[in-house]
Design a protein around this ligand. Structure first.
Ligand code: GDP
Ligand code: GDP
Length: 437
């Protein structure tokens, strides 16, 4: 199920990222702090009074024609209105009201989305007099906050949660493999989707979404049901060519949320971009299976080692995603296009794989025998028992004597042993450590 999206917009330096980091949920599990997962996230998972949502810092989204600040801000505001469920508009009480703020406010006033006007840097009571001028923006009562001093964060979160849409109830076919096709404009997503579907009978379904209707494409291939999330638009010949429409990160994140498998399409000529890395990081943290398709392989001049070199580059750029299979294809010539659905099906199975507890514990025992767990201040970590309570992604819980002694590198070692024993290709694994005396 896709989570509601809350977008933060505002001028540079008003404190968007500070606010964003304030609101972000504390990371709970050890494995989420994997080095290599991109630092400067544009998204954060947040939770307040039991309501979960994804927070997006529109300032971190690369826009194509953002040469001028005001035009970039306008684009960000438009993108937020179009794709987010709630827009948080941040202004700065220290600099006061600016022309750019007024510009953005005009766009936001005409939106049919809830907009919360937040005045940041109200660090103490004496600053509160500075908030009145922001009533001029016509966006209702400004809410004073201080991201740095964590003032009024509760009120802001209450307001956000009050404005979240209620969950739509969607009946989903659980046997279908749900696939999100993501990638920059022009990498060949539409061509690939059309090539995949080919002559198959296609059913297009309208999913009543919270903000916009995502139109999915369902098809059956060799007895397996697939749904390509939010792709009906891609299949149309004439595509809408608006800057906002071109690479909607928000839309991609929503598709990833609803998917089992992410099909990451990369252009063989252009390679991986920063934006690709951020979305890949999101897919990884969301625990989705991934297949990387290097499209337009027909355009590359090849010698015997080209694909090997290309794979190495991808492995280096997406260090946290070593598990994703890489496929070199061409939507144009159809080279290896038939392998795409095979691989998607394969990684979906790996993503849903459950291993027997007895076999799991044998593998862990053997691993521990080869490489004893770390010690700290004279104590050695003992792993008593492991279980796999969940799938999609496969989740393992290790019951140990002293969780604090568990080291990141040792978890990585255990993960490698699990992969050696069971495969789990194409899927991230979640490893949880629990204390038990
Ligand atoms: P962004 O460009 O909108 O993402 O802004 P940043 O979050 O990078 O913040 C810009 C500057 O404002 C930084 O120097 C922050 O430390 C500062 N800042 C952010 N929030 C507050 C606040 O609540 N009070 C004060 N006094 N400064 C803040
Ligand atoms: P999208 O924006 O990601 O949906 O990309 P499109 O499917 O619209 O493709 C963008 C351009 O790349 C079009 O001109 C396609 O004909 C071309 N294209 C797509 N796939 C391939 C491919 O495998 N090889 C070559 N040479 N061109 C391709």
């Amino acid at each position: 199920m896709s989570k509601p999206i809350v977008a933060i917009v505002g001028r540079p330096n008003v404190g968007k990222s500070t606010l964003f980091n304030r609101i972000a949920k504390k990371r709970v599990s050890i494995v989420e702090d994997i080095p290599g997962v991109t630092r400067d996230r544009i998204y954060m998972e947040a939770e307040w009074t039991g309501h979960e949502f994804t927070m997006i810092d529109t300032g971190g989204i690369e826009l194509e024609s953002s040469d001028r600040i005001t035009s970039a801000m306008r684009q960000q505001a438009q993108l937020a209105i179009k794709e987010a469920d709630v827009v948080v508009f941040v202004v700065d009480c220290k600099t006061g009201l600016t022309a750019a703020d007024e510009d953005v406010a005009t766009i936001l006033r005409n939106a049919d989305k809830p907009v919360l006007l937040v005045v940041n840097k109200v660090d103490s009571i004496k600053d509160e007099n500075e908030i009145y001028e922001f009533y001029n923006l016509g966006l209702g009562d400004p809410l004073p906050v201080s991201a740095v001093n964590a003032l009024n964060m509760g009120d802001l979160l209450d307001k956000i949660v009050d404005n979240l849409p209620s969950e739509p109830q969607i009946a989903e076919n659980s046997d279908e493999i749900k696939v999100a096709v993501i990638g920059r404009p022009n990498v060949g997503k539409s061509s690939l989707v059309n090539a995949l579907i080919g002559e198959e009978r296609v059913i297009v379904s309208d999913i009543p979404g919270t903000t916009r209707d995502a139109i999915d494409t369902h098809f059956n291939k060799d007895g397996t049901d697939f749904v390509l999330i939010d792709t009906a638009g891609m299949r149309r010949k004439a595509k809408i060519d608006m800057p906002v429409e071109r690479y909607s990160v928000i839309r991609s994140l929503r598709a990833v949320d609803r998917s089992d498998v992410v099909l990451m399409v990369i252009d063989a000529v252009d390679g991986i971009t920063e934006q690709d890395k951020k979305i890949a990081g999101y897919a990884h943290e969301a625990g989705k299976a991934v297949v990387i398709v290097v499209n337009k392989w027909d355009l590359v001049e090849k010698d015997g080692k080209t694909s090997l070199r290309f794979t190495e580059t991808i492995r280096g750029e997406l260090a946290f995603m070593q598990y994703a299979p890489v496929l070199f294809a061409s939507a144009l010539t159809k080279q290896r296009v038939h392998r795409v659905t095979e691989l998607v099906k394969y990684v979906a199975e790996q993503h849903a794989m459950r291993v027997a507890t007895s076999v799991l514990n044998q593998v862990i025992e053997d691993a521990v025998a080869i490489n004893p767990p770390p010690t700290d201040k004279g104590k050695r970590l003992k792993i008593y028992f492991a279980t796999q309570p969940d799938v999609k992604p496969p989740t393992f819980v290790f019951f140990v004597n002293e969780p604090e002694i568990m080291h990141f590198s040792y978890l990585r070692f255990l993960e490698n042993k699990l992969r050696e024993a069971f495969g789990f290709e194409g899927t991230p694994l979640k490893l949880v450590v629990r204390g038990r005396k």
